[in-house]
Design a protein around this ligand. Structure first.
Ligand code: GLU
Length: 325
């Protein structure tokens, strides 16, 4: 692919609950980043995190995104050349990728704690990464006996060399994955793919060239870079945008009040108010004013995104509802 080919990005909601203001801002920025350069957008539903996935949240996420004024060229509702776009329908594809890694002796079975393994299904937001895995099971060699079926996950041998990349918003990043992040699960105990594996397998299969998401997933990027490289695939451009936090500085959650997009919709809020808030709070608009994503396509630039976390307050939720900004 030529260097100046239009980018391909993705919106990748996890239907583990309702999408909120913070998610909305990330999707708006990810969409604008791609559309401002004439690129294509893929919608992918990341629903492998059972039992946390809520069936109602899939359609609601699609409706929320469309309500915000975002659109996509491929997705579960409209199909496309890389279908299916729902991760639980892509399990067989992940098995093929896991086999490729296993053949390279990059995986080993790990029968360590249940908690470690359960956490494998979700994107590890913020401090959910847990302690560095102490390599308890890493001595396994291909051909050694496997633990009892259903009692182990497959873990990836993370790189012992330094990994560096330049993020379009947060700048140069560098870590030694094995030392600071440790070996990580690429399956659950069921043998099904875990978050890190599914994301990389899909980004490769769907031709994604730009990954834009919240900066709490920065540690995952080092893991994913290891996977991209083990699979012999060029890296996408990474763009980590600052998180939206509540007034206590913590990731937006229920304790901060109702910030569900569906809540604002039900109260008659206009999506333009949320888009305006998102662009203003990201440092892209001088003042908070109603705007549709499409109207900002020409003006958008990643270089102008403020890199600090954004605090959103209850007073601002009310302003969105009253359109009083
Ligand atoms: N589905 C993940 C989430 O909503 C995002 C994963 C990603 O963008 O790589 O947290």
């Amino acid at each position: 692919m030529s260097l100046d080919a239009p980018p391909v990005g993705r919106l990748a909601p996890s239907p583990t609950g309702a999408q909120h203001l913070g998610n909305a801002r990330t999707y708006i920025l990810a969409w604008l980043s791609i559309r401002s350069r004439g690129g294509r957008v893929v919608l992918r539903i990341e629903d492998i995190d059972s039992p946390r996935v809520k069936p109602w949240a899939v359609q609601q996420a699609v409706d929320d995104l469309a309500w915000l004024g975002l659109d996509w060229d491929e997705g579960p509702d409209i199909g496309g050349q890389h279908a299916p776009y729902i991760q639980t329908q892509r399990i067989d594809r992940y098995r093929v990728v896991l086999d490729r890694l296993r053949e390279q002796d990059l995986l080993y079975p790990c029968a360590c704690t249940r908690k470690d393994i359960e956490e494998a299904a979700s994107a590890p937001h913020e401090s959910q990464d847990g302690p560095v895995y102490p390599d308890t099971c890493a001595g396994w060699n291909a051909g050694d006996p496997l633990p009892e079926a259903g009692q182990f996950c497959w873990r990836f041998r993370s790189r012992r060399q330094r990994v560096s990349f330049v993020d379009r918003v947060v700048g140069p990043q560098s870590k030694i994955p094995h030392a600071v992040l440790g070996d990580f699960p690429v399956t659950r105990k069921t043998g099904d793919a875990a978050y890190q594996l599914a994301v990389v397998a899909d980004d490769i299969a769907m031709g994604i060239t730009e990954v834009c998401r919240g900066d709490d997933l920065l540690p995952s990027t080092f893991r994913q870079i290891d996977l991209f490289e083990a699979l012999g695939h060029p890296l996408p451009q990474f763009v980590h945008v600052p998180l939206v936090v509540g007034s206590d500085g913590r990731r937006l959650a229920k304790r901060h009040g109702d910030t569900r997009l569906s809540y604002f919709r039900e109260r008659g809020a206009r999506p333009e108010a949320i888009v305006g808030w998102a662009l203003w709070s990201a440092g892209l608009l001088q003042s908070w004013q109603p705007i549709q994503p499409q109207e900002f396509v020409e003006s958008f630039t990643l270089d102008a995104i403020a890199s600090e976390k954004t605090i959103v307050t209850v007073a601002e939720y009310q302003k969105i509802i009253d359109a009083s900004f």
